[in-house]
Write a new protein. Structure first.
Length: 305
């Protein structure tokens, strides 16, 4: 009996001792994998952030050090590029370009949100003939590259004598021409319980009252998400203004940047980069102010009423 007890005790003591090296190896393997993941993440972060860091640092360099200089840091940092950028070019103040960009961005946000919300309400809450067909056609426009529509759109606006105005850049926003935002709001509205509509109809509300008093307050996350994307896309738009605007006094910031680069004379790359950094600040500020609403809008897409 004593021998059996001793054997059992020895086995019980040996078992944990045998498991300890295996557990230690697993812990070392987990630490190694975690370290490898962190190293790869840091390397990717460096690659992603390097262009932004280079642009900010280069904005303090003289123009002759920006092109052809492999060094990242300037030999003598100064704010001359920012003074030149803020002074404008061709007799036009930089604030004029900033105002043009702000005007286009704000009107784009207003037009996109209003038209997309109304259109989304029709698709999500109103039954009408050919509803699915029209919705499919609208989604199908997402498959059309913008470049396919450039020539016919330009011909239409040229015939209407609207070239060199902001109308070609804004009219599509007020006519629900952005199918992405309509689809975003339709999906959001479909998650809202229809009992809200039925209760409102019992109280005598029509579609206008249901939309303004019930849907719009509940759509706040989707509206703010759409506003962020519409603002950033409009603020950064280069091709649209390049096609339709001929007067430098109407140029937004992205188009004004190319005025600092002239292939036939001296190009001021320093001022152009400094203007680029200044143009990024409103977008960054706008995103930081409303990012929590963007996350909220994405998170609530998976909720069912």
């Amino acid at each position: 009996m004593s021998t059996a007890t001793s054997t059992t005790t020895a086995t019980a003591v040996a078992a944990p001792q045998g498991r300890q090296p295996a557990r230690a190896r697993r812990q070392k393997g987990a630490v190694a994998r975690s370290a490898a993941v962190h190293l790869v993440s840091i390397a990717v972060l460096v690659v992603v952030l390097y262009p932004g860091v280079w642009m900010i640092v280069s904005s303090f360099k003289p123009t002759n050090e920006i092109v052809g200089d492999a060094s990242l840091w300037p030999s003598s940092a100064s704010f001359d590029n920012y003074r030149t950028a803020l002074g404008g070019i061709g007799g036009i103040s930089a604030w004029t370009f900033a105002w043009n960009s702000l005007l286009l961005a704000v009107l784009s946000v207003v037009g996109t949100v209003l038209s997309s919300a109304v259109t989304a309400y029709a698709f999500a809450r109103i039954e009408f003939a050919g509803k699915r067909l029209w919705f499919a056609l609208m989604i199908g426009t997402l498959l059309l590259p913008f470049h396919v529509l450039i020539i016919p759109q330009y011909i239409v606006f040229q015939k209407l004598d609207l070239v060199n105005t902001y109308v070609p850049l804004l009219v599509g926003k007020f006519l629900a021409g952005e199918a992405f935002f309509v689809f975003l709001m339709v999906q959001f509205m479909r998650n809202l319980p229809r009992e809200l509509d039925e209760a409102a109809r019992i109280d005598g509300c029509g579609h206008v009252r249901i939309f303004t008093s019930i849907m719009v307050p509940l759509l706040r996350p989707a509206i703010i998400s759409s506003s962020i994307f519409a603002f950033i896309w409009s603020w950064n738009d280069f091709l649209g203004p390049l096609l339709y605007l001929n007067d430098p006094n109407k140029y937004p910031l992205p188009l004004a940047l190319r005025l600092f680069v002239d292939q036939t004379s001296v190009s001021d790359y320093g001022a152009m980069i400094a203007m680029s950094v200044l143009a990024l600040l409103p977008v960054l500020l706008f995103f930081l102010l409303f990012q929590r609403f963007l996350v909220e809008g994405v998170a609530t897409q998976g909720l069912k009423g």
